[in-house]
Design a protein around this ligand. Structure first.
Ligand SMILES: NC(=O)c1ccc[n+]([C@@H]2O[C@H](COP(=O)([O-])OP(=O)(O)OC[C@H]3O[C@@H](n4cnc5c(N)ncnc54)[C@H](O)[C@@H]3O)[C@@H](O)[C@H]2O)c1
Length: 385
């Protein structure tokens, strides 16, 4: 049996959003045990958060630097080996750099940093250290997203012509950052969030999903961004036209002022012979569309031979028993654990079943955010990626 990886978390303290999601996802398959945390920038809050995570009080640290140092100093086999970074965006870079320098593997939330310059520096550090760096672009962890990627790669849809990706949310339709709402407050401040508001928060997920499923790389883009809510410093809505290498075209729409929308990320990809469609709100279903046949409905866990081995490997329940957001996160965690453990667990089928976004996705994501802003502010509009 492969030993559990000892993991620590930064962020996720009282009132936080995504830290607890990372925790639940990491625990799902039993490959990790949470041994320590720097749960908050407030040392008292960090201590108070420990029981929720079943972490011993003395391993709830007052700062992430203290956590790195004290865990590193523990006898071999006792200290943290992997760190999960679930803090606001401006902290990802210093935390990931120090973690890698000290020999810890990193599982980091997006956007990877607050500039492409930082992302490139981090990419160099990952290469130098040879440690695992996984980036939680959650949507790539869904089984039917993996299936969509493989269908495109198989050529069944023919040459890809068009990619339409949307990520509408409505929660920033009013200036809630001015009321002190925790998640909105730092996201509305470029110092903590980085330069792209809606683009940095959710546009970057849409960009990643479009490139992941289509297997194509954005080559040029033309963007229109807006801050609809009065007094807001960063964009809360964007429409982006895309040109991919090889000639395919695309449309990316992301908005946090689409009143009433939840997290309706969805994508359609069309080739010469057919198309596909996936919605997060119905994540276990993938629609395939053909020129000469009725629409085909593929379901995660389906008891038929259409689904690929990779998709089945990343599916936990039989068809009809819903899987969702936590499981998609958990797939990324489990796949990163296999990589960290050098595939020692023999229950693992094949290394190429192991998919998770890396620092390369992070660099492209930061470039995307910066290029969207550049295009939106330029008269020329079309901007080389
Ligand atoms: N992958 C996804 O689907 C997804 C979803 C939501 C958020 N995110 C990303 O996750 C990150 C966090 O977002 P959130 O919505 O959970 O924010 P949040 O404000 O709810 O939580 C941030 C946490 O970080 C802690 N923190 C801040 N400074 C710290 C410090 N110096 N030391 C230790 N802890 C510190 C805060 O106390 C809080 O616990 C962001 O980068 C965001 O883009 C990703």
């Amino acid at each position: 049996m492969v030993k559990k990886l000892k993991v620590g978390i930064i962020g996720g303290g009282e009132g936080a959003f995504i830290g607890a999601v990372h925790y639940r996802a990491a625990m799902l398959d039993g490959y990790y045990e949470l041994v320590c945390g720097a749960f908050s920038s407030d040392p008292e809050k960090s201590k108070r958060s420990a029981p929720f995570y079943h972490v011993e009080a003395h391993r709830a640290y007052g700062s992430w630097q203290e956590m790195f140092e004290k865990e590193k100093a523990k006898p071999a086999g006792e200290g943290m080996e992997v760190v999960m970074i679930t803090t606001p965006n401006h902290l990802h870079f210093p935390q990931a750099m120090m973690a890698l320098d000290m020999g810890f593997h990193v599982i980091c939330d997006k956007p990877v940093t607050i500039s492409e310059k930082e992302a490139l520096e981090l990419e160099k550090k990952v290469a130098e250290t040879g440690l695992v760096f996984a980036l939680t672009h959650t949507y790539t962890g869904y089984p039917m997203v993996m299936e969509a990627r493989q269908i495109v790669a198989s050529g069944k849809l023919g040459r890809i012509r068009k990619v339409v990706v949307e990520y509408p949310q409505g929660w920033l339709s009013t200036p809630i950052e001015q009321t002190g709402q925790k998640q909105a407050s730092w996201r509305a401040n470029p110092k903590f969030n980085g330069p792209g508001g809606c683009m940095g928060d959710i546009g970057v997920h849409a960009e990643n999903l479009a490139e992941y499923i289509s297997g194509l790389q954005i080559d040029e883009l033309c963007a229109d961004i807006t801050s609809f809510v009065e007094g807001r410093q960063l964009d809360d809505d964007a429409s982006v036209l895309l040109r991919f290498k090889g000639g395919a075209k695309g449309v990316l729409h992301a908005s946090q002022v689409s009143a009433g929308e939840e997290n309706d990320i969805n994508i359609r990809v069309y080739g010469e012979k057919g198309g596909l469609e996936w919605h997060q709100a119905e994540p276990n279903t993938l629609l395939l569309k053909w020129l000469d046949q009725p629409v085909q409905i593929l379901r995660a866990g389906g008891n038929y031979p259409n689904l690929s081995e990779k998709t089945l490997w990343n599916t936990r329940t039989p068809g009809g028993h819903p899987e969702g957001y936590i499981e998609a996160f958990a797939n990324l965690y489990r796949n990163a654990a296999y990589q960290i453990n050098h595939f020692k667990d023999k229950s693992n089928p094949k290394p190429d079943h192991i998919l998770y976004p890396t620092i390369t996705d992070g660099v492209r994501g930061m470039r995307f955010i910066e290029k969207v802003i550049e295009s939106a502010h330029s008269d020329q509009k079309w901007t080389k990626f």
